[in-house]
Ligand binder design. Structure first.
Ligand SMILES: [Zn+2]
Length: 151
């Protein structure tokens, strides 16, 4: 199993800037957060996708079947953790530095809103995941939009 990349330098510069601001705010609020994973290779994404799933082969057709406890729903190539065109990650995962890292009583929504305010999508809104709780440790940049020039 490969290890997670925790180097913020491997994140897209916009996301790195946002993480920096949110970490400053979370420190001041007394709920410091830690980057647990940023950039993720396609090989590692495929490893994570395979966790909790078995591969079933039928006459040359390979399917994956969820075996219950899965880690990610994104196959290799789909996740925003994977390198973008410039080689940087556009998603990150965090947890809390004090208390239970993924504890229920941690202020997930507070941190999620901080990221959202600075222009990110927060996985805690994806309530079809995680038994209604979404993917709370996950944050990603919004898809890039082409700037519109107004004359
Ligand atoms: Zn993630």
């Amino acid at each position: 199993m490969s290890t997670p990349d925790r180097d913020p330098q491997h994140l897209d510069s916009q996301l790195r800037w946002i993480l920096d601001r949110v970490q400053q705010a979370s420190d001041l609020l007394g709920h410091p957060i830690v980057l647990t994973e940023g950039l993720r290779s396609d090989d590692r994404q495929a490893e994570l996708y395979a966790l909790g799933r078995t591969v079933v082969s039928h006459v040359g057709v390979t399917r994956t079947r969820s075996m219950g406890l899965t880690v990610t729903n994104a196959m290799a190539g789909q996740s925003r953790h994977r390198p973008n065109a410039e080689g940087f990650g556009e998603a990150l995962d965090f947890h809390f530095a004090e208390g239970e890292p993924w504890g229920e009583d941690q202020p997930w929504e507070l941190i999620g809103i901080l990221f959202e305010t600075l222009g990110c999508e927060w996985g805690g809104r994806w309530v079809r995941w995680g038994h209604g709780k979404g993917d709370r440790p996950h944050v990603q940049l919004h898809k890039r939009q082409t700037p519109t020039l107004v004359a």
